[in-house]
Design a protein around this ligand. Structure first.
Ligand SMILES: Cc1cc2nc3c(=O)[nH]c(=O)nc-3n(C[C@H](O)[C@H](O)[C@H](O)COP(=O)(O)O)c2cc1C
Length: 307
């Protein structure tokens, strides 16, 4: 019996999957048409609101692929999606940028602040779209500051956010926002985008991003770009996040097997399938553009979502 239990009850991934699946979609077919999934972000146009995740260390997690980080960047480029990259040294980030994929660089909350500033400056020099930090990697599973690949992390203050924002001409995106409080602090300190996420369940019982998203959108929507990840595995998942106010979404671990199996082509195929399903649901719900997707087409717990 025990070996059949896939998740602990506190597992935020399991809770998030269940919440996503509890959201239902009504159909609005009359006067509908063929949709476009194009979006604009930070002044550039993308073919899809579905983005790659801020992955890292694929040489460890997908050793079958010699250069998985560049392969998934190429996959993103081939389908016209915005690419994200997590923890990386400048040499690796330079190679990823050289693929031509439009890329956001998410650095770690390194205790060595000069390293963050250096990584931001390097990203700017090789044409990154935006830079940021995953603030949900400050603390370890024991409540101390985290140690990632032997490197010390630390917490970020509002003053740190201001310093980071003023250090670069690129938009700064904070990944790992999971409350209105943090979203407002980001907005007040000049951050231009947040990624609402629990980072595949780093904290037990973390709230599903889509549960808190509407409140975050109400508080800071229009003042910054709002992205979402965590268990966004299908076009339907993406649609629900967009309907609740996300500007774009990132797929995550669902891309691991396609990367391992087919590299860039696997990424391209998986994301295209997601985008096709998103297009289908847009057509079924009368949305001709991504901007037309809105919350009243969704039902949660038998009740229509409000605008
Ligand atoms: C192999 C792997 C490496 C990751 N590396 C990073 C990273 O360096 N920085 C980061 O912000 N997130 C990192 N993440 C987290 C993802 O960007 C994403 O937030 C998380 O997987 C949640 O999405 P999912 O539930 O769809 O997988 C990593 C995830 C995986 C699976």
């Amino acid at each position: 019996m025990a070996e059949n239990v896939k998740f602990r009850p506190s597992d935020a991934n399991h809770i998030t999957r269940s919440y996503l699946d509890s959201i239902l979609i009504e159909e609005r077919l009359i006067d509908s048409g063929i949709p476009s999934t194009k979006i604009e972000l930070f002044g550039e146009t993308y073919e899809t609101p579905i983005m790659t995740p801020a992955f890292s260390h694929l040489h460890v997690f997908a050793p079958e692929r010699e250069d998985g980080m560049c392969e998934y960047a190429r996959g993103a480029k081939n389908i016209g999606a915005l690419n994200w990259v997590g923890m990386s040294e400048n040499e690796e980030f330079g190679r990823i940028a050289a693929t031509g994929a439009r890329t956001v660089r998410i650095a770690k909350p390194y205790a060595d602040r000069d390293k963050i500033l250096d990584q931001f400056a390097f990203a700017e020099s090789v044409g990154a779209v935006a830079v940021g930090i995953d603030i949900d990697h400050s603390y370890s599973g024991k409540g101390g500051y985290d140690l990632v690949q032997g490197e010390k992390m630390t917490g970020l203050s509002s003053a740190d956010l201001r310093e980071l924002v003023s250090s670069t001409r690129l938009p700064v995106v904070i990944k790992g926002v999971l409350s209105v409080q943090d979203a407002v602090k980001c907005a007040e300190n000049g951050v231009q985008g947040i990624l609402v996420s629990h980072h595949h369940g780093r904290m037990p019982f973390a709230i599903p991003p889509l549960m808190v998203l509407p409140e975050i959108v109400k508080a800071v929507g229009g003042r910054m770009k709002i992205f979402v990840d965590c268990s966004i595995d299908t076009g339907a998942d993406a649609y629900k996040a967009l309907a609740l106010g996300a500007d774009a979404v990132a797929v995550g671990r669902a891309l691991m097997q396609p990367i391992i199996d087919e590299g860039a082509l696997g990424v391209e195929k998986y994301m295209r399938r997601m985008n096709d399903e998103l297009s289908m649901i847009m057509a079924f719900t009368g949305c001709k553009t991504v901007q037309d997707i809105e919350p009243t087409a969704l039902w949660i717990n038998g009740r229509r979502c409000e605008k």
